[in-house]
Design a protein around this ligand. Structure first.
Ligand SMILES: [Zn+2]
Length: 341
C-alpha cells in the first residue's frame, strides 16, 4: 500500500515537470496548477487524501514524500511563472542576432539614366521623343539617308543582315526618315534606341549599343540654330561652364557636317588623360540635313531646311562616371549597377 502510493507520487513528480515545462503562457500554467494541486480534482490532492488510509507506521514515510513533491511542484510553478513573465516583458520572441534579410532595390541602368536626362533637356528645348523599329530595310538605313549601298560610307557600318535587304539598323537615323514621312514640318524630335554594328566586343566597342539623335526641320532653320541648340544642350548637360567646338567632318546625310567637341569637364579644359591633353572631348556628330533626304520623303527642299545631331549615351555615361571598359555596361553585374541607384 505505501510503496504503491510512493510510486504514484514519483510518477506524479515526473508528470508535473513535463506539464509545467510545456506551459507557454500564464493561463496554461494556471491550468497546470489546478490539474496538479487543485482542491477538488488536483492529482496531488487525490493522492494525499489516501494518506489517511495508511497505518500510523506507514504514514510518516509517505507524508514526507508527498510534502517533498508538493514543495517541488510549487517551486516549479513559481520558476516557470517568473520565466514566462520575463519573456512577455521582453516583447515578442525575436532573435535579434539573426542576419537581416537582404532588401534588393532596382535602379536605372547608367546608360538609361543618361538617355532620360538627354531627352528631358531636349524636351525643354521643344523636342518630342520618338522611337522606330530596330529591324529596318536597307532603303531606310542607307538609301533614303543619301548613302547608296555601294557608297564608301556603307562600309563604315559593317551591318548585320537578317535577309536580303533586311537588317538590324546600324544607326537611329532611319527614324528621321520615318518621322518626316509621317509628319509635315515643323519637326523637332529626339530619337533614342539600340543600334547594331559588326564591331568587336572590346573595351571601347560593342556590337549593340544605344544611340540618340535629334532632328529639327522648319522654314528658315540655319546652322546658327544648330550651334545654339547644341551649346545650350551642353551647358544644361555638362554644366554652365561647358563650351562647344565644331570641326568640319563628313556624313552622307548632312551637308555641311561637323564633329562636335565639348570642353573637358574632368580637367576644366586644362588637359588630362580623358581628353588626351587637348581640353576637348568629342561627343557627337551633327550637320544640316542634306536636301536629298527632303527629296526622299517628299519635302520641298527649296522651302525647308533642318539640322540633325547624334551621340552615344554609353560613351557619355563612361565619361561622366569614369567607367573604363564599355563591357561593364553589359555584364548585368549587380555590384557594378548598384553604384548608380
Ligand atoms: Zn581633360
Amino acid at each position: 500500500m505505501v510503496s504503491e502510493l510512493i510510486d504514484e507520487l514519483e510518477s506524479l513528480e515526473q508528470e508535473a515537470r513535463d506539464l509545467v515545462a510545456r506551459a507557454e503562457s500564464v493561463d496554461e500554467l494556471e491550468a497546470a496548477r489546478i490539474r496538479l494541486l487543485g482542491r477538488k480534482e488536483g492529482r496531488l490532492t487525490a493522492v494525499m487524501k489516501r494518506l489517511g488510509e495508511l497505518s500510523p507506521e506507514e504514514r510518516p514515510r509517505a507524508g514526507a514524500v508527498s510534502n517533498r513533491v508538493k514543495n517541488l511542484i510549487a517551486s516549479l510553478l513559481e520558476e516557470r511563472e517568473a520565466a514566462l513573465k520575463e519573456a512577455t516583458a521582453a516583447g515578442p520572441q525575436i532573435d535579434l542576432t539573426l542576419p537581416a534579410r537582404r532588401q534588393w532595390r532596382g535602379a536605372r541602368h547608367p546608360v538609361g539614366q543618361v538617355v532620360d536626362e538627354i531627352c528631358d533637356i531636349l524636351k525643354g528645348l521643344g523636342f518630342s521623343r520618338v522611337r522606330g523599329p530596330e529591324v529596318e530595310t536597307d532603303w531606310y538605313n542607307f538609301t533614303a539617308l543619301n548613302t547608296p549601298l555601294d557608297h564608301p560610307a556603307a562600309d563604315m557600318h559593317d551591318t548585320f543582315y537578317l535577309a536580303p535587304g533586311v537588317l538590324l539598323r546600324s544607326h537611329t537615323s532611319p527614324v528621321q526618315i520615318r518621322t518626316m514621312q509621317a509628319f509635315k514640318p515643323p519637326i523637332r524630335v529626339v530619337i533614342p534606341g539600340m543600334v547594331y554594328r559588326r564591331d568587336p566586343f572590346d573595351a571601347s566597342h560593342a556590337p549593340g549599343f544605344e544611340q540618340i539623335e535629334g532632328l529639327a526641320v522648319d522654314e528658315g532653320i540655319t546652322f546658327v540654330d544648330l550651334k545654339a541648340t547644341l551649346a545650350e544642350f551642353a551647358r544644361r548637360f555638362f554644366g554652365a561652364q561647358a563650351n562647344v567646338r565644331f570641326r568640319p567632318s563628313f556624313f552622307p546625310f548632312t551637308e555641311p557636317s561637323a564633329e562636335v567637341d565639348v570642353s573637358c569637364m574632368i580637367c576644366k579644359a586644362a588637359g588630362c588623360s580623358a581628353c588626351k591633353g587637348t581640353g576637348w572631348i568629342e561627343i557627337m556628330g551633327a550637320g544640316m540635313v542634306h536636301p536629298r533626304l527632303f527629296d526622299n520623303v517628299g519635302y520641298d527642299r527649296e522651302k525647308y531646311t533642318g539640322f540633325a545631331f547624334g551621340m552615344g549615351p554609353a560613351r557619355i555615361a563612361m565619361l561622366r562616371y569614369g567607367i573604363p571598359d564599355i563591357r561593364l555596361l553589359y555584364d548585368s553585374d549587380v555590384r557594378f549597377l548598384q553604384q548608380f541607384s
